[in-house]
Write a protein that binds this ligand. Sequence first.
Ligand code: IMP
Length: 196
Amino acid sequence: MQKLIFATNNLHKLKEIQYLLQEKFNIISLEEIGIREDIPETADTLEENALQKARFIYQKTQSDCFADDTGLEVDSLGGAPGVYSARYAGENASFDDNMDKLIAALAGHENRRARFRTVIALIIKGDEYLFEGQVDGIILKERAGKDGFGYDPIFLPEGFEKSFAEMDPEQKNAISHRGRSVQKLVHFLEDFTGIN
Ligand code: IMP
């Protein structure tokens, strides 16, 4: 089976992708190949960050690999926190700190529209490909639900009456930014293996 390295230290994401690509690709973690250092993530767009991470691993291993990057883009804040979503309220900010900061930043704003966007960068046989998934929604004025992570309790996806933190994982994955970007990656890889 063809090997593909996933440049992440997030075990939850790793398991999700291993499940989706089982029987087709052998998805290898960074730990399995002994890469324990932090991968640089210094660009100011999701696309460049995802590429930066994938290129870093490709240069080290010369093996097919992919990386992802996600941000929450809020219209009335000019797209912030975007690529800085994980550290919106500071370098070691908790999910709660970030949500509190976002709720405060939107106080008094009528327009609460936002979207989660994920970009996956794949390097396969030396060529680079990008896959994007997004989900539109609004930022709630207070938290709803306890599941999920990050900004889930304050994100209400368009067309639904439950926040991401009130959905079970299957329901969230079916419509989420990450779920959609992964579906595109999986379709591409299925075609790619079909013709290669
Ligand atoms: P990452 O690039 O997947 O590590 O995501 C960066 C940051 O975006 C995370 O630290 C979270 O704050 C936020 N984020 C990413 N995906 C989600 C999600 O599915 N729900 C809520 N927040 C998310």
